[in-house]
Design a protein around this ligand. Structure first.
Ligand SMILES: Nc1ncnc2c1ncn2[C@@H]1O[C@H](COP(=O)(O)OP(=O)(O)OP(=O)(O)O)[C@@H](O)[C@H]1O
Ligand SMILES: [Mg+2]
Length: 286
């Protein structure tokens, strides 16, 4: 196969069941298909239990689909070759929720070095990658400190650095801002944008916050283990009714535009941000 033409992620009719063939069987994914090209910034949204975290685990071969296929850079995650699975795990790095459970060392730089050490890299390269990753997340000054006294946002950024230091081509962030206050959220979102623009990493950001999803280029929304929406983020996040039908709120500016439109004001489509709403209102005033 010509790998250059291959999308970095290709999911084809993926089905995943927990506790398969038992009384407790749960079908978490019911035939998911999508492709992601290198360099894209995708927000993966969906109500609780819609299958987002399950999908994240399929993308780095922690789980293998029961039906259908997941390809990472052309490699089928169901391959029985060890080298294929290693290649998949090197390509797709996942930052799981709850960084407290992910801290493994008592010094920050050792914690970030854990992943690259497991890749068997030479010490000089490990050091270089750790410094680069800590720089990238804005935590270079803390490298000799302990991870246990950090704020939630700082801990999340260390967890991101640990995955970043493995230099994955794709990063999946599972609700990395969920527990954070507005400042922590902003710190993490800024890091996500930097990873994408400066390191050129393909980003799949799982989030409950529609205003964060608005920063992505594209939104994939799951509902009941199926893809309910897959479109540019401005189209997805301004569709107040479609989002509501799958248990999600549109960003506040989109909801205000929607209410104004219902009251007869001529508001342009695709408003998802405070800036977009402000501009539309000023145009009406003038
Ligand atoms: N370890 C498990 N054993 C059994 N069922 C599970 C397990 N993990 C998840 N599920 C079920 O699979 C479905 C999808 O769960 P998943 O965690 O992927 O959803 P999610 O979209 O990440 O939800 P949330 O927004 O709450 O994080 C749910 O019905 C959930 O109850
Ligand atoms: Mg989840």
């Amino acid at each position: 196969m010509d790998r250059s033409a291959e999308k970095i992620i290709r999911v084809s009719n993926a089905v995943y069941k927990y506790n398969r063939d038992t009384e407790d069987e749960v079908t978490a994914l019911r035939g998911i298909s999508f492709e992601i090209a290198e360099g894209e910034f995708v927000a993966l949204v969906g109500a609780n239990g819609s299958g987002k975290s399950t999908l994240a685990r399929l993308l780095n071969a922690l789980y293998i689909p029961d039906e259908g296929d997941v390809f990472v850079s052309g490699i089928n995650t169901a391959s029985d070759k060890n080298e294929d699975i290693l290649a998949v795990r090197r390509t797709v790095g996942v930052v799981f929720q709850n960084p407290d459970n992910q801290m493994v060392a008592s010094i920050i730089e050792d914690d970030v070095a854990f992943g690259p050490e497991n890749l068997g890299l030479p010490p000089a390269e490990i050091r270089e990658r750790v410094d680069w990753a800590l720089e990238c997340v804005g935590m270079a000054d803390h490298k000799k400190g302990t991870p246990f006294r950090l704020s939630g946002g700082q801990k999340q950024r260390i967890a991101i650095a640990g995955v970043l230091a493995m230099r994955p081509r794709v990063m999946v962030l599972d609700e990395s801002t969920a527990m954070l206050d507005p400042r922590g959220k902003k710190e993490v979102m800024d890091v996500v944008e930097r990873i994408r623009s400066e390191a050129g990493v393909t980003v799949i950001m799982i989030t409950h916050f529609p205003d964060e999803a608005a920063r992505a280029d594209r939104v994939i929304a799951l509902s009941g283990g199926r893809v309910a929406m897959d479109m540019p983020s401005s189209a997805a996040l301004s569709d107040v009714e479609a989002l509501r039908s799958i248990g999600l709120d549109a960003p506040l500016p989109a909801r205000i535009a929607y209410e104004l439109r219902k009251r007869g004001l001529s508001m342009p489509e695709g408003i998802t941000t405070p800036d977009g709403l402000t501009e539309a209102l000023c145009r009406i005033k003038n």
